[in-house]
Ligand binder design. Structure first.
Ligand code: PMP
Length: 431
């Protein structure tokens, strides 16, 4: 595969963008062959700067729910763009969208709109504190809630005071949650939870209903707000808040990524229990009230309600999982596929430094399939059986090629450095 255009762009970027790229889409911690820049996207596919095509199991890290450039959503966005986007006040579509969300999401009595998932999670924290008059927020250890100083996983540039009011518990562990609530005493503002455990580098875990119900009870007992961070999983597990699947209704839920099928929009939904607090805080942004993403979201929600997009994603996820399981077995690899099949992660047994996972991802890429070696992936509703079968056929070749390279594989220096930094941080926390 020709990658010269990407290589040239990376070299140019290095001069005018710190490290050439930053954040979750930077490819520094991926195999060296992974392209950084993409020229275009359509349906389930992306094309890199050299014109190489890949079946994309990252879906832009979540926003592509129905597929890139979905014609129905794009038409709704274009119709709104012809009228106006960022204006001196919001468009009527803001009210339509809030009504649609409140009618679909059981716990929601109101909606507020913003741009990124981090805006929604930060706003949830502030609204919970405003509502309760309390300060402490409980987070599951290792859970990702965004890139603001209070939650970024890379604490460079962050001061201890930014996190002074945060406490941590073990996800899916009701006793650990109870202990953290006890420690917070009279000062507990909120408990945050992701809908399932989807931390990078680890096997995923579905929520234990005992833990989820206990989180609800503890909030009821203490007056704290229960916050479900549905930014990554929202509308990929249910047509409602993801914890509706375990019968638990939060007070606040955070949404982003898939809600407008790729248009920039994130959402905070809340129940009446937190309406006063949410109404008392000052939150805003120059682009938060733009009408085009809201029109795109309204159409995305219509498709969510009226189509079998969710069942299709599950069918395709199951098909991929079954195909990969038998291919891995044929080639003698222990492949762990965890979490919901429509949000898969694949990690290899006996691969602590990810050298096998990296080689396999490289071999998949070479065969036109973009998979991630340590982050959960996403099935798009537009993926077909033919797409999945192509991926499984590629996997067969990729397993064979990886097997042939086993003796010469080396760990990625970037991953080793990340692991060392993490270990140092944990040691520091113990001291
Ligand atoms: N919460 C969760 C669970 C997420 O997965 C993400 C993004 N990966 C965020 C919050 C932050 O979203 P954003 O990057 O849009 O700020």
């Amino acid at each position: 595969m020709d990658r010269t255009a990407d290589r040239d762009l990376k070299a140019r970027a290095l001069k005018v963008i710190p490290n050439g790229m930053y954040g979750h889409e930077a490819v520094h911690a991926l195999p060296a062959t992974f392209p950084q820049f993409f020229e275009r996207a359509e349906g389930a596919y992306i094309w890199d700067a050299d014109g190489n095509r890949y079946l994309d199991f990252m879906c832009a890290y979540g926003p592509s729910l129905l597929g890139y450039r979905d014609q129905r959503v794009d038409a709704a966005a274009a119709a709104q763009a012809a009228k106006g986007d960022t204006m001196t006040g919001p468009s009527p579509v803001m009210v339509d969208l809030a009504e649609a969300l409140v009618s679909m999401v059981t716990h929601a009595d109101w909606a507020m709109f913003c741009k990124n998932g981090t805006d929604a999670t930060s706003m949830a924290m502030v609204a919970a504190r405003a509502q309760t008059g309390k300060r402490i927020v409980l987070l599951a250890k290792g859970a990702y809630h965004g890139a603001a100083p209070w939650c970024t996983p890379n604490p460079v540039g962050v001061v201890a005071e930014d996190r002074a009011m945060l406490r941590y518990y073990e996800y899916n562990n009701a006793e650990s949650l109870e202990a953290a609530v006890r420690d917070a005493g009279e000062d507990l503002a909120a408990i945050f939870a992701t809908p399932f455990k989807h931390d990078a580098f680890f096997d995923q875990a579905l929520p234990d209903p005992v833990y989820a119900r206990r989180a609800r009870e503890l909030c009821d007992e203490t007056g704290a707000m229960l916050v479900v961070d549905d930014v990554r999983a929202g509308f990929r597990l249910a047509r409602d808040c993801s914890w509706s699947l375990v019968g638990v209704q939060p007070d606040l839920s955070c949404w982003g990524k898939a809600v407008a099928n790729g248009q920039p929009l994130s959402i905070l939904l809340g129940s009446d229990r937190c309406r006063k607090g949410a109404g008392s805080i000052y939150v805003t942004g120059s682009y938060w009230f733009a009408a085009v993403p809201m029109a795109a979201s309204l159409e995305t929600l219509r498709i969510i309600r009226e189509s079998d997009y969710l069942e299709q994603m599950i069918r395709m996820g199951d098909r991929l999982r079954a195909g990969l399981a038998s291919a891995a077995q044929r080639h003698g690899f222990g492949l762990r596929q965890t979490g919901p099949s429509q949000m898969p992660i694949m990690l290899f047994d006996d691969d602590p430094d990810l050298r096998v996972g990296f080689a396999w991802a490289e071999e998949m890429l070479q065969r036109g399939v973009y998979i991630h070696p340590w982050h959960n992936m996403f099935i798009a509703a537009c993926m077909t059986e033919a797409d999945i079968d192509m991926a499984v056929a590629a996997a067969d070749g990729a397993f064979a090629a990886t097997r042939a390279r086993m003796a010469e594989l080396q760990p990625s220096p970037v991953i080793l450095a990340m692991a060392a930094a993490k270990a140092a941080e944990e040691l520091q926390a113990l001291a």
